[in-house]
Design a protein around this ligand. Structure first.
Ligand SMILES: [Mg+2]
Ligand SMILES: [Zn+2]
Length: 159
């Protein structure tokens, strides 16, 4: 069992311009790469959990999302962060579909916990919306932190 850092994407990792789906619109939030690198050094498994209803709404495609994700992960690798595609969970559904993966539902976190044997109690969920925090709590994540959208993270992950 290992502890994980669950991160929302839009508004936490990148500036949330609304339905960010192309590389030219993807801007890392100030300081986030250093933060993630530090968390990894402290033994946290990195897991991204992101609602991508823009796919279900038809605003962009799964291919757009995959292309952007590959680019983002490569940028992270260049910054010294190890995170694979399998550590990125996304909900592609329209809210009307009533799926169990769209946050505040905990589906993505529970799936990740099962797959990677995550110690949820000692894990963190960081998001910029109450629905992120709610998803973390419903999944049983021990620590949650609501950050200000698009702003540098001011939380210190201890342990
Ligand atoms: Mg967000
Ligand atoms: Zn979903």
């Amino acid at each position: 069992m290992r502890k994980a850092l669950f991160l929302d994407r839009d508004g936490v990792i990148n500036i949330d311009h609304g339905y960010v789906s192309h590389i030219e619109d993807f801007e890392f939030v100030d300081g986030i790469l250093d933060f993630i690198k530090e968390a990894q050094a402290r033994g946290y498994l990195l897991v991204i959990v992101t609602n991508q209803s823009g796919i279900g709404r038809g605003y962009y495609t799964s291919e757009d999302f995959e292309r952007l994700t590959a680019w983002m992960l490569e940028k992270m690798r260049q910054a010294g962060i190890t995170i694979d595609r399998e550590h990125v969970f996304h909900c592609p559904h329209d809210p009307d579909e009533g799926c169990d993966c769209r946050k505040p539902m905990p589906g993505m976190l529970i799936e990740a916990a099962k797959r990677f044997k995550i110690d949820l109690k000692n894990s963190w969920m960081i998001g910029d919306k109450p629905s992120d925090i709610e998803a973390g709590k419903r999944a049983g994540v021990g620590h949650t932190y609501l950050t200000e959208k698009n702003r540098k993270l001011e939380v210190d992950i201890i342990e």
